[in-house]
Design a protein around this ligand. Sequence first.
Ligand code: DP6
Length: 337
Amino acid sequence: MSDKVYYFETLKFLDKRKKLKEAISIAHPNFALVKYWGKNDTEENQPAMSSVSVTIDSLISKTKISENSSSKDLKWSLNGREQNDLNRILPTINYLSNLYGTKDNIQIESNNNFPTAAGLASSASGIASLVTAFERYYDLQLPIEEKIKACMLGSGSAPRSLLGGFVLMDHLDHFRCSQILERTEWQLNILVCITSAQEKIISSRQAMEISRKTSPHYGKWLDINSSHIRQAIRFIKAKDLLGLGRVSEENCDFMHKVINSSVPSITYKNRMTEMCIETVKQLRERGHQLFYTVDAGPQVKIICEQKTSKIIKDAILRQTIVPQIIDASIGMPPQSL
Ligand code: DP6
């Protein structure tokens, strides 16, 4: 069948498809234990390395897609505010619309139940919930490879939010995302310490390009990736929290060294971030099993055993001046409501 005939056959099929009046989907953010920082390709938004993440449950991005009867334009609101700049979602929407011949006027309403753009991976969960809502709205069965591609165009860390539990995104295998462990197989707690709800000083997208071009440690950062990935997978499969903590903290510290050594230098941590990290180390010296990780923002995520989570939370609140700690555990894949 020629490409043209195939295209019209596809359109005929799409004409008959069931389009819902509206679709609502939710997705959770994920945070990386072996991190992505730097791209191979800025057009396709492709990470230059593999990453390992965990999806978390209490934080939620919700996206509603419905028909936009009042205008021909694509409309997008985020947390109740209409957005003039659609660049964050357009590559994803255009990719899916071109692929499936869906050219309707739609409006998209996104909401997060946690601070946006504050280093809590709101773009990952936002984009994953958008792709899931798009699939639902047009009643499509998107192949996972297409969902990964569509998510990645929006955010390099977003494909990982398509799965629950512990997730590997393999840059040597077309960014295939696979689950290392299901959330029920290793039930841990996550304490999300919100040291500041302000938006980050510079987006990770801009900052990672500066790091790639200027940090003297960027080459070494690429080199250590495969060893950190191998170790993290081994420790997750063995459910070895201290082992996973060692490699994860080393990876996190290295990423922040790359960020700090960029020209101009960039710093995402604040004084309270450092206080939380110090307290995590002290608690570990006292025999508790826990570790920290920090992304492109000042928040600290603490991963610990469920049985000691309360003791750890109380100690952090007592010894630091963190205004808010969100209790979470390991999350599920996106869902349509
Ligand atoms: C520090 O996925 O937000 O959280 O692809 O440019 O949208 P873009 O970047 P983004 O970067 C995530 C960086 C990180 C580490 C990680 O999640 O792996």
